[in-house]
Design a protein around this ligand. Structure first.
Ligand SMILES: N[C@@H](CCC(=O)N[C@@H](CSS)C(=O)NCC(=O)O)C(=O)O
Length: 262
């Protein structure tokens, strides 16, 4: 169930029915983390940032765990891999895709800052964290003191701001106002890691993040000088991710353009 602005208070209540079912899954080519979360009482589940090449693995896991996959959330329109959302929906027809209303992408459900995504007894608070892209979202699971930060905040790093409406000042404010404002002990799960790390915390990033502990002016300088090459899959990924990762949803014109690039 998706609800409008509902104030969510910080609490560490364990959901009735037992422990959270939680899996952190990895895709090696784009170093992407996908997260599977399920309410132990109802077996209703949500997947965050699935990757198309790993849909078979993820579908098998959902089936083996006997989960009812209700939602496929993307934290934003990704530039480095094709989303698995569209393909997952074919296997799990009840599954609904979710994106920010500011993303520019196609989805079954559009969410905005302050909304809530609920599966069984789990409630994910939607926080807008733009700056890497306009439509970047962080999903906060207060019940288990966890947040899924997409590319807004990476372990000791953050998403780049040099394409897709990137803006360093906006990103700095998003992280400070929407992520660093969470309690210190909240665990933060990023959409990527390039150094073999899996998780961090509000406290660790507030203390050790080499970019975001600086002033906003210093941060802007750092971001202007990252010197990163464009993601290898950007030309393929961006148009496909605007249509849930499915070629068949692209217009004929877009498909012709896509083919001429390959
Ligand atoms: N080499 C990777 C792309 C690496 C990259 O640019 N990652 C992005 C997130 S995906 S758009 C990023 O924001 N990185 C920040 C950083 O500091 O690394 C590929 O070719 O896919």
């Amino acid at each position: 169930m998706i609800c409008g602005s509902v104030p969510v208070k910080a609490a560490s209540t364990v959901v009735k029915g037992g422990q959270l079912l939680f899996r952190q899954l990895f895709e090696h080519k784009s170093c992407t983390y996908t997260y599977l979360l399920a309410d132990p009482g109802s077996n209703e589940a949500v997947i965050i940032d699935p990757v198309i090449e790993m849909v078979e693995r993820d579908s098998r896991l959902v089936e083996q765990l006997k989960l009812n996959l209700k939602y496929a959330l993307n934290t934003h329109v990704h530039a480095d891999h094709v989303t698995g959302t569209g393909l997952l929906k074919k296997t799990f027809p009840q599954c609904r895709s979710v994106l920010s209303e500011l993303s520019g992408g196609k989805a079954d459900i559009y969410v905005k800052h302050g909304d809530k995504v609920s599966v069984g007894g789990l409630n994910l608070e939607v926080r807008a964290t733009p700056g890497h892209t306009n439509g970047c979202l962080t999903y906060v699971l207060h019940q288990y003191m966890m947040a899924f930060t997409g590319d807004a905040l990476l372990v000791r790093g953050c998403g780049r701001t040099d394409f897709q409406q990137g803006n360093p000042r906006t990103l700095y404010n998003s992280v400070h106002q929407q992520i660093f404002s969470l309690p210190n002990e909240y665990l933060l799960y990023p959409a990527h890691d390039y150094t073999g790390q899996t998780v961090t915390s509000v406290e660790k990033e507030r203390t050790h993040n080499k970019r975001l502990t600086k002033t906003v002016e210093q941060f802007e300088q750092i971001m202007a000088n990252l010197g990163l090459p464009y993601p290898a899959q950007i030309d393929r990924a961006l148009p496909l991710n605007l249509v849930c990762g499915l070629q068949e949803l692209l217009s004929v014109k877009d498909q012709t353009e896509q083919q001429s690039k390959t």
